[in-house]
Design a protein. Sequence first.
Length: 413
Amino acid sequence: MQNSNLVQETQILSKLLLVDLNVSIWSGRKKLRAEDLGLDLNLPPSELASLGSKRITDPDEIKEFDRLKRRAIRLLESNGVRFMGGYGLPNDVAPAVAAELEEIRQLFMQQIQTFIGKYDQICKDWMDKWNGNAQWRKAIENAITPKAVVEQRLGFRFTLCRVVPDASDAALSKGLENEVQGLSGQLFREIADAAGDLLDNSFVGKGSVSRKAVSAMLKMHKKLSSLAFLNPKVQDVADYMMSVIGKLPKNGPYEGSQFQDLMALIMNLSDETKILRMAEVFSKTAIDVQSSSQVSVQQVVDVELPRQVAATSTEPELIDDDETAFDLASASVLASSGSADLLQTDPGVTLNDLMTDSALEGEMSIGELSELANQIQSNAVQPEPVAVTSALPVAHFVAPVVQQQDGGIQFCM
């Protein structure tokens, strides 16, 4: 690694703990043989085809092991990002995650003792189930795995460690450098996968969503916020999410315009390319506006969007969801240091226009922002108030909300 890269990667790694999860579960199966079927089968060679496997124990008796393994994986996926074959956990959430992993491990070990304690009876009951066919019963009996072997094949282990680059030779740390540099991209891929599942299961074909769907989105927001140190773009996406979710009432169901706002948000998050493009738009717009010491953010908005109503000190009602263990009332992205202005407009520029416009490839000047705002204002229909919160990044003053209209996805400017 070069010195600058080494410093950056070392800083990131100092904020991450690598978690290695190793859960082994006995399958309860054995290879199915031709003689088990009692037929003179003309089978192809084993390298071409095989008969598969046979169950030698009741599958219901080992389901609990699978359930505990899935619980551990979900815990790590919700709080960390895939990293070097394990999961990278932020320092501040690692103790709580480790404590819950230990709780799951203890439950797993208790389940091993319970299962092994009645293993002989489980095997007997499974053989007796096939008493109607002596040959099938005999095939199971001949394949029974000794209890001691089964116990050795069941296990639950996890390890937390700190990864440190080797500064003595840049070539030795090249692989680690690539892994660290790819963490933010991996995070966005995981968010896109989670959002895609939520879109399919809770939004497609429906006209409203419950609080449960919003809770799932808040978990994505929590994950992004806790891993924001990976890349400034990560925090931009997290703040964008909160600019939409923070306006919702405390209780669902959410329908009408609220449903449309949430669906537009989740559609954008379900595509990794759109997530990256949104983050780039936010970042470039923020840099351009902040580079002007003569014009404030509020002046940029007010000059081009004169349809303004009286300011209000009423803050959006927050969702306080115990299920996510995340108190939005304390979220800094909603803490306003000044009064909030409400603007009325509805742009005719779609999200795809913004995210593919070649003019956005470089920094946008104030004049370009003005021209863009004029285009939006000239195409405006059905005005709708949009809250502007001064604590959000500059990009969110320009594009705080995504809405869906006539099949298109639009930024409200």
